[in-house]
Structure formats: structure tokens, C-alpha cells
Design a protein around this ligand. Structure first.
Ligand SMILES: C[S@@+](CC[C@H](N)C(=O)[O-])C[C@H]1O[C@@H](n2cnc3c(N)ncnc32)[C@H](O)[C@@H]1O
Length: 273
């Protein structure tokens, strides 16, 4: 129990704190189930975040060659991007912002000399990300920011040449906000590269998959996989933000296990501000 003896007994502050602490104590005693429930949820969220960071680090090691090939193709046009920043242009390098970087599975696709800013709200990823980053000494890490894509106001407007998200928009709380943040931080002419698993588009052929995507996204999938939904389609939100050019394609990505077939439909593309 915290002692309040250090406060002068006559003060209003002392009286207020004493009353507040007794209200909290009474509440905790009378509503134990609410208090324990709240604590349970907080611990659950912590364990899920930690577990998901670990799971993702293992999943990345298991990634199949043919899935990696899809990422490799996505990043081919990176080689053509020229920096808006005269200093970087002189070095022939670019500044990339990766949102939801996880363990950093895209680092292998970034050109040598790239300057990299990463954003991820799950602090448990940092350890795995830093271990992986050590394998890419030719990429210059500018900052590692623990924040959501919705709230990355610390990244300056029009400051990056490229933004990347892969398997991230399935988990964000407000997709439209993340995409408008992407547009804000991109320099004019900058490019947004994405590869996201999405909702099945062919209801006639793959109605069963769509059914499972909807059912799993109600609770089980987001609960198990840190907020991931398998029933989203980011394209309308991307189109709505008003980029100057949007190139996107649907594809079925190969999955390592049958149960992951719900994640097979993908949207891959590059848009230009
Ligand atoms: C499935 S992992 C993908 C990691 C990595 N992009 C990849 O392709 O391997 C999803 C990542 O999105 C992050 N994430 C979840 N919600 C987010 C949000 N609102 N803003 C930014 N990142 C988010 C998670 O912490 C996690 O690192």
C-alpha cells in the first residue's frame, strides 16, 4: 500500500488523493472480475505481441523461394528511383520508409546505400530487426521508430523517396489514415510499393475461401495474429487518396501450409505520388 504520510494532512490535495484512492480501492474490491479481466486482457495483449514477433521471425526463415520471387519482382522498379534529396542524389542513393517492418524481411531487396527509416508499433520486433539488420551493412539505418503507420507524424512531410508495406495493411486499425500518411511523407514523384494479402476477389471460383476469410476475421485470426484480418481490400483506399498513378495486380501467392490458403490472394503494386 502506498503511504500518503509525506503530504501535509490538512491540504486539499491530500484529501482529494485519499478520497480517490479509497474510491479505487472500493471499486477494486467490489468489481474484482472487471479488474482481473482488465489485467488479463493487458497481459494477453503483451503475450500476443511478443509471441507474434517471435512467430514472424520464424516464419520469415521458412519463406518459400516462389513467395520470395514475388517480392523480388515487386522491387525491380526500385532501381529506377532517383532521390528528391540533392545530397542523396549525389551519392546515387534513396531514402526508404518501411512501415510495419517486422524483422526486416525486405532488406535484402533494397539497393546498396539506401537510407532506411522503419516504423513498427510492436516493440518486440526491434531485437529481431536489429539482428537481421546486421546482415545488411550497406543499408544505412536512419531511424527505428516504434509507432503505428496511422500516427507517424514524426516522419517529416515529403521527406522520403519510397514507402514500402508488405503484409501490414491487414493489421492496421485505420487503413485510410495510413495511406494518407504515406502520401504525406512521400516526396512529389515518390513511390509506394506494396504487397498485401487481401480478400478473395473471385467469389464464384473461391467462394469457400471467402467464407473462411470472413468467418476467421471475426475473432480468431486477429486474436491469434496480432490484429491481422484476412478479409480486407486496400485498393479502394489507395485509389481514394489521389495518387497520380496506381499500378496494381491481383495474384495468388504460394503458401507453405494448406491452412494459410486464406492468405493466398494478394494485391501487389507500385503507386506514384
Ligand atoms: C505480418 S507482419 C509483416 C512484417 C513485414 N512487413 C514482412 O513482410 O515480413 C505485420 C507487421 O505490421 C505491424 N503493424 C501492425 N499494426 C500496424 C500499424 N497500425 N502500423 C504499422 N505497422 C503495424 C506489426 O507489428 C508487424 O510487424
Amino acid at each position: 500500500m502506498i503511504s500518503l504520510d509525506f503530504l501535509p494532512k490538512e491540504t486539499v490535495i491530500y484529501e482529494n488523493i485519499r478520497q480517490a484512492s479509497s474510491v479505487i480501492k472500493d471499486y477494486a474490491e467490489n468489481r474484482k472480475e472487471v479488474v482481473y479481466g482488465g489485467l488479463g486482457i493487458a497481459v494477453g495483449v503483451l503475450i500476443t505481441a511478443k509471441f507474434f514477433a517471435w512467430l514472424n521471425s520464424k516464419a520469415v526463415q521458412m519463406k518459400k523461394e516462389d513467395y520470395e520471387q514475388l517480392r523480388k519482382e515487386l522491387f525491380v522498379p526500385l532501381a529506377e528511383v532517383k532521390s528528391h534529396d540533392p545530397e542523396l542524389l549525389k551519392e546515387n542513393s534513396i531514402r526508404i520508409l518501411e512501415i510495419g517492418v517486422g524483422v526486416g524481411s525486405n532488406l535484402t531487396h533494397y539497393p546498396d546505400g539506401s537510407h532506411l527509416i522503419v516504423v513498427d508499433p510492436n516493440p518486440y520486433f526491434e531485437k529481431y530487426y536489429n539482428e537481421n539488420r546486421a546482415n545488411f551493412p550497406n543499408i544505412k539505418s536512419e531511424s527505428v521508430i516504434v509507432a503505428t503507420g496511422e500516427d507517424m507524424d514524426m516522419v517529416k512531410s515529403e521527406s522520403v523517396d519510397v514507402v514500402v508495406t508488405t503484409a501490414v495493411l491487414c493489421s492496421v486499425k485505420d487503413m485510410a489514415k495510413v495511406i494518407s500518411q504515406i502520401k504525406r511523407v512521400l516526396a512529389p514523384g515518390g513511390k509506394y510499393f506494396f504487397m498485401e494479402h487481401i480478400r478473395e476477389w473471385d467469389q464464384e471460383k473461391h467462394g469457400m475461401r471467402l467464407f473462411f476469410q470472413r468467418a476467421l476475421s471475426l475473432f480468431f485470426w486477429p486474436f491469434m495474429f496480432d490484429g491481422c484480418h484476412v478479409n480486407r481490400d486496400p485498393l479502394p483506399a489507395i485509389n481514394a487518396v489521389g495518387f497520380s498513378d496506381v499500378k496494381a495486380e491481383h495474384l495468388y501467392a504460394p503458401m507453405p501450409f494448406a491452412v494459410l490458403q486464406v492468405c493466398s490472394p494478394h494485391l501487389r503494386g507500385v503507386v506514384t505520388k
